[in-house]
Design a protein around this ligand. Structure first.
Ligand SMILES: [Zn+2]
Length: 162
């Protein structure tokens, strides 16, 4: 924890190192993508067999990576790369900005005592582990319930071979 805190102090960039490396790796592949801008904030980004819609002001892409991770996906970075004066920092979740990271590690984290040193507290009842020997819920019936219009007569089939 302290090592991470010391490491964060040295960072001079706006974005966290992991994001910077991710963007650097992705920017090598941008030649594989074609960007068709449809408005100031929307674009269609086409790769070999796929097409994705990027909406910058909503920080969304149809590949859904941006919404899940908070880091712009390759399609968004391809679109941002076509814009003048674009700053990637504006399109990354605030959790990946160094200033926020420094804030998270700004305070000291106190050390914890050993488990043997913990104070025993009487809560008034005993907490037991779950009883695993109880019978599991019933299995579903094996025989299917037939519909009223289904033929329910059972005919015997005779084999004609002798
Ligand atoms: Zn995408």
């Amino acid at each position: 924890m302290e090592a991470r805190r010391r490491m964060v102090v040295c960072w001079k960039e706006n974005l966290v190192l992991v994001v910077m490396k991710y963007v650097r790796d992705i920017s090598l592949k941008l030649g594989d993508y074609t960007v068709y801008t449809t408005s100031d904030y929307k674009a269609e980004v086409i790769e070999t067999n796929r097409r994705h819609e990027v909406i910058l002001n909503e920080q969304r892409c149809s590949c859904r990576l941006w919404q899940v991770s908070g880091i712009s996906c390759v399609h968004a970075i391809a679109f941002i790369g076509t814009m003048k004066d674009a700053n990637l920092k504006n399109y990354v979740s605030e959790y990946f900005i160094v200033a926020k990271y420094k804030t998270a590690y700004a305070l000291e984290i106190g050390s914890l005592p050993n488990k043997a040193q913990w104070i025993k507290v009487d809560i008034g009842y005993k907490v037991l582990p779950p009883n695993l020997s109880l019978r599991p819920p019933e299995k579903p019936k094996k025989e299917r319930i037939r519909s009223t219009d289904e033929n329910t007569s059972k005919k015997m089939h005779k084999c004609l071979r002798k």
